[in-house]
Design a binder for this molecule. Structure first.
Ligand code: C5P
Length: 422
C-alpha cells in the first residue's frame, strides 16, 4: 500500500450480507466477491424469496460458509444471531420494499429480519424496487424512519428496470455500496478511546410537589449525539432530564430532574470525560422556595412565584475542566449567530451548535434539525436540515477535527495568556 492509497477499513472485518428477493439478487454475488477481495469475512443470509433468484450454493461456494435461510434451523439460527451481534457491519443488498418495511417496523418473521434486530453494528441498506415503488409514500416513510435511526439507506439509481420501465429503483452500483460500508466502518472506530459525557432533555424545576416549570425539549438531539458517539466507538454517559425516549443501549444513563441535579451529575462525571456535550435545555430560572405542600387556589386572586437563577452548568464545567473539549448548544429564536458567538466566549466553550428553534421542520420535538457549528478557532460550518441522528454525526466529526487540531479552549486560553505575557 502506498501513502496515497485510501485505508481499507474492510480488512479483517466481519460483514453480514443479507440478500432479499429482488431480481437484482444476482448482483449480490459480485458484491460478495468484492467484499472478500478487500479482506472481509462475509457470511450470507438469504430470504426465502432471494433463493428463487440465486441458489444458496452460489454464495456458499464464494463465501466458503453455509448460507442459512430458515429461521427454524435452530442451531444455525443461534449461530447466526450471535453472528449479527458480533458483525462489524450488516449490508442488505438488494433490499426489497417488503424488507425495508419490515426493517422499519421491527418485524422479525424470518432469519434475516430477526438478525437485523439483533445487530449492534452499522447497517447499510441498498434498496432495489420496480414499478415506481421507491416514490410510494409508505416506502418514503419507512426509509425516513430507518435513516432517523442511523441506518444508512442508499438511494437506488434511476434507469431501465427489469420491467422495462425507466424509473429510480435500480440497485445502486457496487462501488457506492463498498464506499458506504468503508465509511460506516471508519466512523465506527474514530471515537474509540474517547469518554463522552452528554446531557439531554429538559429539566423540571419544582413549584410544589405536583407542579413544575419546564420547556419543550424532547431530548432527541442529545440522545442522537449519545448514540452516534457510542456507534463510533466512544464510551458514553448520558445525563438526561425527563423525556419520553427509550434508554439507548450500550450507554450509561443517569436520570435527573432539576438543573441542580443535572449540574451535580455532570460534575461527578467531568473528570472521567474527554468530551462534554451539553445538549440539554436546562432551566435558566427555578422557583426560589418550592412549596412543600400543593399550593391551593382558594382565597387567592393571583399568585407570584419568585424565581432565582438555576446553576449555569456549562459555566461551572468550564471553570473546573482540565483536558476536556466542552461543547454547548444554543437554541435561539433570533440573532442566532450573534447569541451563539457570545455563549461560545462567555461560557468558555470549544464549540457551540446553534440552531434556530423557530425554523420550519426543525427544533424542539422534531426528528430533524439544521444547525450552524461554531468553533473556538473561528471555524463556522452550516449543516442543512437533516435527521438529528445524521446531524449528531456531523457534530461529532466537527468536534473530532477540533481534537485533531489539538487546541481545546484551555490550550487556546493558555496560548492567549502566553501571548499577553510576551
Ligand atoms: O445561555 P443558554 O442557556 O442559552 O445556553 C445554552 C447552553 O448552555 C446549552 O448547551 C445548555 O445545555 C447550557 N446551559 C447550562 N446551564 C443552564 C442553562 C443552559 O449548562 N442553566
Amino acid at each position: 500500500m502506498t501513502h496515497s492509497d485510501p485505508v481499507n477499513f474492510l480488512q479483517g472485518k466481519r460483514i453480514l450480507l443479507g440478500v432479499t428477493g429482488s431480481i437484482a439478487a444476482y448482483k449480490a454475488v459480485s458484491l460478495l466477491r468484492a467484499l472478500k477481495a478487500r479482506g472481509a469475512f462475509v457470511s450470507v443470509v438469504m430470504t426465502a424469496h432471494a433463493t428463487e433468484f440465486v441458489t444458496p450454493l452460489t454464495f456458499e461456494v464464494l463465501s466458503g460458509e453455509r448460507v442459512v435461510t430458515d429461521l427454524f434451523q435452530m442451531h444455525e439460527e443461534m449461530k447466526h444471531l450471535s453472528a449479527s451481534e458480533n458483525a462489524d457491519a450488516m449490508v442488505i443488498a438488494p433490499a426489497t420494499a417488503n424488507f425495508v418495511a419490515k426493517a422499519a417496523l421491527g418485524l422479525a418473521d424470518d432469519l434475516l429480519s430477526t438478525m437485523l434486530l439483533a445487530a449492534q453494528c452499522p447497517i447499510i441498506v441498498a434498496p432495489a424496487m420496480d414499478g415506481g415503488m421507491w416514490e410510494h409514500p409508505t416506502v418514503v416513510e419507512h426509509v425516513n424512519r430507518l435513516r432517523a435511526r442511523g441506518v444508512v439507506v442508499l438511494d437506488p439509481e434511476e434507469g431501465p428496470l427489469a420491467s422495462g420501465r425507466v424509473a429510480q429503483g435500480r440497485l445502486v452500483c457496487e462501488e457506492k455500496i463498498l464506499e458506504a460500508v468503508q465509511s460506516a466502518l471508519r466512523l465506527r472506530s474514530d471515537w474509540q478511546g474517547e469518554h463522552v459525557l452528554v446531557s439531554a432533555g429538559p429539566t423540571q424545576e419544582a413549584i410544589d410537589p405536583v407542579r413544575f416549570i419546564s420547556n419543550r425539549s424532547s431530548g432527541k438531539m442529545g440522545y442522537a449525539v449519545a448514540e452516534a458517539a457510542r456507534d463510533r466507538g466512544a464510551r458514553v454517559v448520558l445525563v438526561t432530564g425527563p423525556t419520553a425516549l427509550a434508554r439507548p443501549c450500550g450507554v450509561e444513563v443517569v436520570s435527573v430532574t432539576s438543573a441542580q441535579e443535572m449540574a451535580e451529575a455532570m460534575c461527578r462525571h467531568l473528570e472521567w470525560a474527554t468530551v462534554v456535550i451539553m445538549a440539554a435545555a436546562v432551566a435558566d430560572f427555578c422557583p426560589k422556595d418550592p412549596a412543600s405542600q400543593k399550593l391551593k387556589k382558594s382565597g387567592r386572586s393571583s399568585l407570584v412565584l419568585e424565581l432565582e437563577p438555576a446553576p449555569d452548568i456549562l459555566t461551572i464545567l468550564s471553570a473546573r475542566k482540565t483536558k476536556q473539549i466542552l461543547v454547548g448548544f444554543a437554541a435561539e429564536t433570533e440573532h442566532l449567530l450573534e447569541h451563539a458567538h457570545r455563549k461560545l466566549t462567555d461560557k468558555g466553550l470549544d464549540a457551540i451548535v446553534a440552531n434556530d428553534v423557530t425554523q420550519h421542520g426543525g427544533g424542539f420535538g422534531s426528528d430533524q434539525n439544521a444547525a450552524v457549528i461554531l468553533t473556538r478557532d473561528g471555524r463556522r460550518r452550516e449543516v442543512p436540515l437533516m435527521p438529528k441522528r445524521r446531524l449528531a454525526d456531523e457534530i461529532l466529526t466537527e468536534i473530532k477535527s477540533l481534537r485533531a487540531g489539538g487546541r481545546t479552549s484551555t490550550a487556546m486560553a493558555r496560548e492567549e495568556d502566553n501571548g499577553r505575557a510576551r
